[in-house]
Design a binder for this molecule. Structure first.
Ligand code: ADP
Ligand code: MG
Length: 323
């Protein structure tokens, strides 16, 4: 027991103290987290899932109301391949015939969803898996005849989620929707996450993906955009900076922050405990999206206040405090 042990203990205490104002701020607030299919498909799948589950449980235990929405594109493709069924794409969108929507439903609700639920429930009886069919949560209609049973959201009925949240459960949502006739549709999980955040009046919408955030140049990791506004993102969508799988995330972030969700974040799901780092430390991580310049100015003023607080508790001196 040398004096060496003092410093790490001090850092631990300071990290916990740093979290205090955030725990207070987020208590009772709803946070919708979209967990990407690519994050799930990683080589260390089990570890990534376990770390994610710890973060979600921590959020719940400090009084937040977390809601998990998940994708599963890679897992659907994998089962299609095993069944010898070709994945066909039109304009980058999966063509979903009747057999494919059946496979998608099986993978999302039968495989990916219970994996997430089980990982969370290692820590207690918190998570309940639902699909968009349950309680009429996600009403959908066909997007385009050529794409088959790919659905657009027509309506979100959040009652089933509100009931679960009020009973202190963590809803975990597989993004299958249904139309008035009961036909199932596969729906983009990014879009669903945004619409659910809006319907629940969430404080935050968080996307966990396989890149460090939004880049101003797709092939340049140094071009990370740390904070931006929905208005500025209009330009980046128009000039093609935002491409591929980022498009539905960005447009959902824009719509959500313009509809009352205070902040949206695009974070690197490959970073261990990235959710805790974003939520409970002073320094932001990944990309933060707010509605407009006024909201961004207000955020910067808050951050300055936090800096002052940090220096008084000496947290600023912590190596790698929040990165
Ligand atoms: P997820 O499974 O999380 O939905 P996606 O592959 O659908 O993942 O979307 C994330 C991908 O979007 C990134 O890996 C990246 O290749 C791509 N992308 C396109 N434009 C951008 C951009 N401007 N900044 C960052 N990533 C981008
Ligand atoms: Mg995607």
């Amino acid at each position: 027991m040398s004096s060496d042990s003092t410093a790490p203990n001090q850092l631990r205490a300071e990290t916990l103290v740093e979290a205090l104002p955030y725990i207070r701020q987020f208590s009772g607030k709803t946070v919708v987290v979209k967990y990407g299919g690519n994050a799930l498909a990683g080589t260390s799948e089990h570890d990534a899932l376990a770390l994610f589950a710890e973060d979600i449980v921590m959020m719940r235990l400090v009084g937040m109301r977390p809601v998990v929405v998940h994708g599963g594109g890679p897992q659907i493709s994998e089962l299609m391949a095993r069944l010898g069924k070709e994945t066909e794409f039109v304009d980058g969108l999966r063509v979903t015939d009747a057999e494919t929507v059946g496979i998608a439903r099986m993978v999302l609700k039968g495989q990916v969803n219970p994996q997430l639920v089980a990982a969370i429930n290692v820590h207690g009886n918190y998570a309940v898996g639902v699909s968009g069919v349950d309680g009429g949560l996600i009403r959908a209609q066909a997007r385009d005849e050529r794409l088959g049973f790919v659905g657009d959201v027509t309506e979100i009925n959040p009652g089933v989620l509100e009931g679960l949240l009020d009973d202190e459960f963590i809803p975990v949502i597989a993004t299958i929707g249904s139309d008035a006739t009961g036909q199932a549709y596969n729906i983009n999980a990014d879009t669903v996450a945004g619409r659910i955040a809006e319907a629940l009046g969430a404080e935050k919408l968080v996307y966990l993906t396989d890149i460090e955030g939004l880049r101003a140049q797709v092939d340049d990791a140094a071009s990370l955009i740390r904070q931006t506004t929905a208005d500025h993102l209009d330009d980046l969508v128009a000039d093609g900076t935002i491409a591929g799988g980022m498009i539905p995330k960005v447009s959902s972030c824009q719509q959500a922050v313009r509809s009352g969700v205070r902040r949206a974040h695009i974070l690197d799901g490959r970073i261990a405990h990235v959710l805790l780092l974003e939520l409970f430390t002073d320094e932001g991580i990944g990309t933060m999206v707010v509605a407009d310049q006024a909201a961004l100015d207000a955020h910067l003023a808050e951050t300055n206040a936090a800096d002052t607080r940090s220096s008084t508790t000496n947290v600023a001196a912590m190596p790698g405090a929040a990165s």
